[in-house]
Design a protein around this ligand. Structure first.
Ligand code: DQA
Length: 141
């Protein structure tokens, strides 16, 4: 099974960035653990701070992978283009947010992604990525 994880802007700073909200693990350390725990899954990881690069990657992965785990970060709340890209592709997308976006500022409560995604997970920390993965695995079998 082929799964793509796509992270948006500033998620390259996980572990250093607002650790009270996002925790002190880097994504790379978490991803290493995830890969070891699910050796049967072929993972692809992509992170960008650039909206158009995220659209390109969603389009590419969307016809090549069995599922996409997507945290578009701040673009969640602003990007019509990312919402449209999710609607355009074949692969199911699970939207993940590390923090509970509904318990924060009002502008984080709106998502261009949720209505196009298979489902959304928020507020469960990095564990949300693993739960999204388990959903995609269970869907395939
Ligand atoms: C985030 C929530 C967004 O509102 C924020 O802009 C992020 C990270 C999260 O994972 O909790 O950068 O997507």
């Amino acid at each position: 099974m082929k799964i793509a994880i796509i992270n948006g802007p500033n998620l390259n700073l996980l572990g250093k960035r607002e650790t009270g909200i996002y925790g002190d693990s880097s994504f790379e350390a978490f991803f290493d653990r995830l890969r070891k725990k699910y050796p049967e899954v072929s993972f692809h990881y992509f992170q960008s701070n650039v909206e158009g690069e995220l659209v390109n990657e969603i389009q590419r992965a969307g016809f090549e992978y069995d599922g996409i785990i997507l945290n578009p970060a701040a673009y969640t709340h602003t990007s019509v283009a990312i919402g449209d890209a999710i609607a355009a592709i074949k692969a199911p997308v699970v939207e993940v947010h590390i923090s509970n976006v509904h318990a924060r500022e009002d502008f984080r409560k709106f998502s261009h992604v949720s209505a196009k995604a298979a489902g959304s997970i928020f507020g469960l920390g990095l564990k949300g990525y693993e739960l999204a993965l388990q959903y995609l695995i269970s869907k395939e079998s």
